[in-house]
Design a protein around this ligand. Structure first.
Ligand code: NAD
Length: 484
């Protein structure tokens, strides 16, 4: 196993840097509750050093060809794959997610993003528009300095999903990981620089919300990309508006997963498990409102309980384990609070929702039935391993109920009736829809929310538009006339 202790708190201008005058932040391994490291929150001096480094490096980076920039990102992708095991162990130390997951879902997903945007970098262009005898051309330009602010559930992936398109487009980035998971982004920075990224282009600073807030409102900053909760999103969006900064907001959700009577039962149960219990339920796009049509409900609940009984809960570093602890005591307390509310409001807890008698932040997979649309557990994002089953009769009814939420991150449909599946996803108010699957998020697919789940898209070619802007150039070849 690797030693998870970070070399230093921050990574600025191509090197680790420490400043112990900042507030200490303990790094806690969620599986045991032990302190495994300590970082210090960025002081104003550290923040200014990071922004100054980004400011100095960005024009030189932007002047390189896209192919040259892309080559470095693709080299970083190869290095991430070569170091997949140690990066996965670090992700497990940071988050508590089982190694069985982190080996296939974190550094690998980060590498995919670096490879994909590295490949795209050389093809980023403006366009030519013939306009009679005249013509217009557009120049695709970087935005400048981008700030990335991360959540704690996918620290390696979030760091790379923001770095890759930002750097491909010729920007510099200052990234602030979540204070709960400060380790992985430092490794992403280290690898990018080992791959040849010039100093100053990807800087990592640690800290709580106040550090994020200071970055968002700094005059040097041109764009902010946040992955976080809706309340934080509201604050960050408002602060960014002050300086007319571009934003990408990847926020929370309360997504519906709809299972029709004609669904293939085992696949639907797999979908519900993936939509609720992967990463101990701490995934923004989770389908936590599981609408099950009346006819299939008894069989669905029976198989769900049977299969949850086979979950291997335990040491996340054991590759047999497929269900780990929650990320923190605080997050477990929040989930337990929702479970208590669910019971108090009349839902039936059919399994799980209990702590394990061991150190660390363990909460077993919980399933509620008899959940109604107005209950707190059906309305608010829990961000924990809590699945709610809601019963429905008709397609029109479930569609209206599924859309009756302020969020709109994802939605899923299980049915063998394909016309119905397509009809449903056309009408579902969500940024990502799944048919007979759930939570796949390849870099090729745009990812982001509608309604209160966010603004903008990560991944895919769509992300390019959120990290670059177009300059129009009008070129006159026809005679120029003026009124006097
Ligand atoms: P959070 O909102 O508490 O924190 C997110 C980040 O914002 C942290 O780095 C935090 O330090 C920072 N922050 C807090 N206040 C700030 C402020 N005023 N200004 C600037 N930065 C500030 O979220 P969390 O608990 O870390 O993560 C869980 C949330 O993230 C859930 O709501 C989840 O749905 C969401 N999430 C969304 C996606 C997505 O892609 N849509 C992915 C993962 C998580």
């Amino acid at each position: 196993m690797i030693d998870p202790k970070p070399t230093a708190s921050h990574f600025i201008n191509g090197a680790y840097i420490e400043d112990k005058t900042g507030t200490p932040i303990d790094v806690i391994y969620p599986a045991t509750g032990e302190v495994i490291g300590r970082v210090h929150s960025a002081t104003p001096q550290i923040l200014q050093a990071a922004l100054a480094a980004a400011k100095a490096a960005q024009p030189i980076w932007a002047a390189m060809t896209g192919t040259e920039r892309g080559r470095i990102l693709r080299r970083a992708a190869d290095m991430m794959r070569a170091h997949n095991r140690s990066l996965s162990e670090l992700e497990t130390y940071d988050t508590g997610k089982p190694l069985q997951e982190t080996l296939v879902a974190d550094a690998t997903s980060a590498a995919d993003a670096l490879e994909y945007f590295g490949g795209l970098a050389g093809s980023l262009t403006g366009e030519h528009v013939q306009f009679g005898e005249d013509f217009i051309y557009t120049i695709r330009e970087p935005l400048g300095i981008c700030v990335g602010i991360g959540a704690w559930n996918y620290p390696t992936q979030i760091a790379a999903w923001k770095a890759a398109p930002a750097l491909a487009c010729g920007n510099a980035m200052v990234f602030k990981p979540s204070e709960t998971t400060p380790l992985c982004a430092l490794k992403v920075a280290e690898i990018l620089h080992e791959a040849g990224l010039p100093a100053g282009l990807y800087n990592v600073v640690q800290g709580l919300g106040d550090v994020g807030a200071a970055l968002v409102s700094d005059p040097l900053v041109d764009k902010v990309s946040l992955t976080g909760s809706l309340p934080t999103g509201r604050k960050v969006y408002a602060a960014a508006a002050e300086g007319m900064r571009h934003v990408t907001m990847e926020l929370g959700g309360k997504s519906p997963l709809i299972i029709f009577d004609d669904a293939e039962l085992e696949a639907a149960v797999s979908g519900a498990i993936l939509a609720n219990f992967y990463s101990s339920g701490q995934i923004c796009s989770n389908g936590t409102r599981v609408f099950v049509q009346k006819g299939i409900k008894p069989a669905f609940l029976k198989r769900l309980a049977e299969r949850l009984g086979t979950a291997v809960v335990g040491d996340p570093m054991d590759e047999e384990t497929n269900f780990g602890p929650m990320v923190s005591e605080r997050q477990r307390d929040i989930a337990e609070g929702f479970i208590a509310k669910g019971k108090a409001e009349g839902a039936q807890l059919v399994c799980g929702g209990t702590r394990l008698e061991r150190p660390g932040f363990w909460l077993t997979p919980a399933v509620f039935t008899d959940v109604t649309d107005d209950m707190t557990i059906a309305r608010e994002e829990i961000f924990g391993p809590v699945l709610s089953v809601l019963e429905f009769d008709t397609e029109a009814e479930v569609l209206a109920r599924a859309n009756d939420t302020d969020y709109g991150l994802a939605a899923g449909v299980f049915t063998q009736n394909l016309p119905r599946a397509h009809r449903m996803v056309k009408a579902l108010e969500a940024g990502t829809c799944y048919i007979n699957t759930y939570n796949d998020a390849p870099v090729e697919a745009p990812f982001g929310g509608v309604k209160l789940s966010g603004v903008g898209r990560e991944n895919s070619k769509a992300a390019i538009n959120h990290y670059s802007q177009l300059k129009s150039v009008y070129v006159r070849l026809s005679p120029l006339e003026s009124p006097y």
